[in-house]
Design a protein around this ligand. Structure first.
Ligand SMILES: Nc1ncnc2c1ncn2[C@@H]1O[C@H](COP(=O)(O)OS(=O)(=O)O)[C@@H](OP(=O)(O)O)[C@H]1O
Ligand SMILES: [Mg+2]
Ligand SMILES: [Mg+2]
Ligand SMILES: [Mg+2]
Length: 358
């Protein structure tokens, strides 16, 4: 077991994610997002490919021995020259303003071939042993396309345990205390006062800071809001009813006595939002018996919520197992809540899901 405090890993991840958000923001504001449909019919854009290239290239530069599980691969870009050129332009343009800071994460990607091999560097099968990064270059691609919330997410698993987590949310407010409202997921332009970078290391707490175009802004500690009365809680869920059951979440909320309408938002912005106390609970209720949650959709968020005083389990109350491979195949659903109320929420989830969970 390493005695590292993971400060180098955290700094690298924060800067690499910050740089990638410069790229995703430029795509967010352009009309041509170069959208393709993947084999599971979910969308991917030039922003997803570009952000994956930048982040993996940084990790490979600083930690060449580490494994990386990234959502995307370069197959489509190798086949399509026009798309490849579009991504290459974006990757070249996305630079942190201060050259010394840029150099800390390996400087620019040097060639088209380096870009493609960086993207393909995310093909690791994952597993229980050693250091594995889990990367979602754009989480909430559908939100990204519709002008909602999205996030650039990077987690480090050490022997299967989520240990470092970083999430960049260009469209969330900088102010940790700005409470979520039902429009937080849709009212999402990245204007002045928006853009936050969350970070956490296991055992060392969680922080937020404004996203910048260069070096890291000063951080502040974040923590979940203590819940004195669960009926007053705000819960978040997916926008897509195909990703999380809205009707079961509503039934759970009702049984808990929650009266506020849910906040629907795409991506791990949900984890960041509850970790900073802008919301309270994240409910993700499985809609399909066969879908396996991906490790890159949760690794970073789990560290950030746990370090902010929360507990994250699946819908049956079981710990999420990140050590099996690219998916959480032993888990169904995700429930994140402050430690003091997580047990109560799981009781109610079990009542509502009943024998569906066995
Ligand atoms: N069937 C099904 N069930 C559960 N989850 C699924 C499913 N299909 C896809 N996905 C993953 O959901 C990721 C985004 O989900 P979110 O809940 O964060 O956002 S939202 O559903 O778009 O509102 C999304 O991440 P990205 O692909 O990075 O956007 C997917 O990995
Ligand atoms: Mg995702
Ligand atoms: Mg993604
Ligand atoms: Mg995707």
């Amino acid at each position: 077991m390493s005695t590292s405090n993971y400060s180098k890993e955290l700094e690298t991840a924060l800067l690499a994610v910050q740089r990638a958000t410069l790229l995703t923001k430029s795509v967010y504001h352009s009309h041509a997002k170069g959208t393709l449909s993947k084999s599971d019919s979910s969308p991917v854009t030039i922003g997803d490919f570009g952000a994956q290239a930048l982040i993996i290239s940084s990790i490979k530069h600083i930690f060449p021995e580490d494994e990386i599980v990234g959502e995307e691969d370069a197959d489509d870009l190798r086949k399509d020259e026009k798309l490849r050129e579009q991504v290459w332009e974006l990757v070249q343009a996305a630079k942190l303003e201060d050259q010394d800071v840029e150099a800390k994460i390996g400087g620019p990607v040097k060639s088209v071939e380096d870009m493609l091999s960086a993207i393909d560097g995310g093909r690791s099968a994952g597993g229980r042993k050693g250091r594995v990064w889990a990367l979602d270059p754009i989480d909430g691609t559908k939100g990204f396309l519709r002008g909602g919330q999205y996030a650039v997410c990077l987690g480090l698993l050490v022997d299967g345990e989520p240990t470092v987590g970083v999430i960049g949310c260009p469209n969330l407010p900088v102010d940790d205390k700005e409470p979520l409202t039902t429009t937080s997921g849709t009212n999402a332009d990245d204007s002045e006062g928006k853009g936050v970078l969350f970070g956490a290391v296991k055992g060392r707490g969680a922080t937020s800071r404004p996203l910048t175009k260069s070096g890291l802004a000063p951080e502040q500690k974040i923590s979940m809001k203590p819940i004195h009365d669960i009926t007053q809680a705000t819960f978040c869920e997916s926008v897509e009813a195909g990703h999380s059951s809205h009707s079961e979440a509503a039934a759970i909320a009702q049984k808990l006595g929650i009266t506020k309408e849910s906040v629907r938002m795409d991506s791990q912005a949900k984890y960041g939002s509850i970790a900073r106390g802008a919301g309270d609970l994240y409910l993700r209720l499985p809609v399909s018996q066969t879908y396996e949650e991906k490790i890159w959709d949760h690794a970073a968020g789990v560290v950030i919520v746990q370090e902010a005083g929360g507990v994250v389990t699946d819908a049956a109350g079981k710990k999420l197992d990140f050590g099996i491979g690219r998916t959480l195949k032993e888990n169904k659903g995700v429930i994140a809540a402050p430690a003091a109320v997580h047990g109560r929420v799981i009781e109610v989830v079990k009542e509502v899901l009943g024998n569906k969970q066995t």
